[in-house]
Ligand binder design. Structure first.
Ligand SMILES: C[S@@+](CC[C@H](N)C(=O)[O-])C[C@H]1O[C@@H](n2cnc3c(N)ncnc32)[C@H](O)[C@@H]1O
Length: 249
């Protein structure tokens, strides 16, 4: 068996076709079969695939169907790419697919991507860590179709001196805000939402924690949006801070 014949899980980036890695793009260009998460991947990105490559959207498929398509392709000697949005390391259901491939004896590899977390921060023009304001970034989500682990509450991982990136939670903004308030956050804490970061139809909103649910309702944003919460989002609170990285002593 050719040890280099593997299935590649590739991070497609947040949407803008220029935000895939060089390695990810090369694998996409070489692929015979691409299974892609069609809701958050711009079809424009797939134009670099070979004209005869099979391109299959995965949003209507079950885990078993996805694994079986990948496995059949691999066994047939095809180069298979499983293209997921953003970075495969976050909320991509990669573990369950990789586990089944390993059970079938099929080797696989992950190629990282630019997460929507990075794209949303770039779009807001902000670094998520800032001396004396926030030195931690918490990636989390509200409970939804995938419930939170039993015994875990969002308020246990949120902190007034951290920046929070909340995935898959735009339709649960009221629950989110309740968790922050119960943790003792000020209702005026800065909060932001970036809808479809890096896409042409991107929209960004900067507000206060307590106003977030109403704003999302007014803007009809219920999905495909990243929510950020923390003092670092306030230009006023970032002003004048400096790190030791470029200190003259
Ligand atoms: C299934 S998860 C995939 C996350 C992805 N692996 C990442 O690193 O961005 C989908 C969620 O990620 C966020 N998301 C993905 N792409 C986005 C984008 N371009 N703009 C804003 N949020 C996005 C949203 O919260 C969405 O509900």
């Amino acid at each position: 068996m050719n040890p280099h014949h593997k299935i590649h899980f590739v991070g497609a980036g947040p949407g803008d076709p220029e935000l895939i890695t060089v390695r990810g793009k090369r694998l996409l260009e070489e692929a015979d079969l691409v299974l892609y998460a069609d809701t958050l991947i711009d079809p424009e990105l797939l134009r670099c695939a070979k004209p005869w490559a099979s391109l299959v959207g995965s949003s209507g498929l079950t885990l078993e169907e996805i694994v079986s398509l990948m496995a059949e392709g691999w066994k047939g000697g095809k180069k298979v790419v499983r293209l997921v949005s953003g970075d495969p390391a976050l909320y991509s259901a990669v573990n369950e697919q990789a586990e089944r491939l390993s059970q079938l004896g099929i080797p696989w590899e992950i190629v990282p991507g630019v997460s929507s977390l990075s794209a949303a921060a770039a779009s807001l023009g902000v670094e998520l860590t800032c001396p004396e304001v926030s030195q931690a970034v918490v990636a989390a989500r509200a409970g939804g179709r995938t419930p939170l682990p039993s015994g875990f509450r969002l308020r246990d991982v949120i902190h007034p001196r951290a920046t929070h990136a909340l995935f898959l939670s735009a339709d649960l903004a009221e629950d989110l805000v309740r968790e922050f308030l119960q943790r003792g956050f000020d209702p005026s804490c800065p909060a932001a939402c970036v809808y479809r970061a890096s896409w042409n139809e991107e929209r960004k909103m900067l507000t206060e924690l307590s106003r977030l649910p109403q704003l999302l309702k007014e803007e009809s944003v219920t999905r495909q949006a990243l929510i950020l919460v923390g003092d670092v989002l306030s230009e006023e609170r970032r002003k004048g801070r400096r790190s030791v990285l470029y200190s003259d002593d």
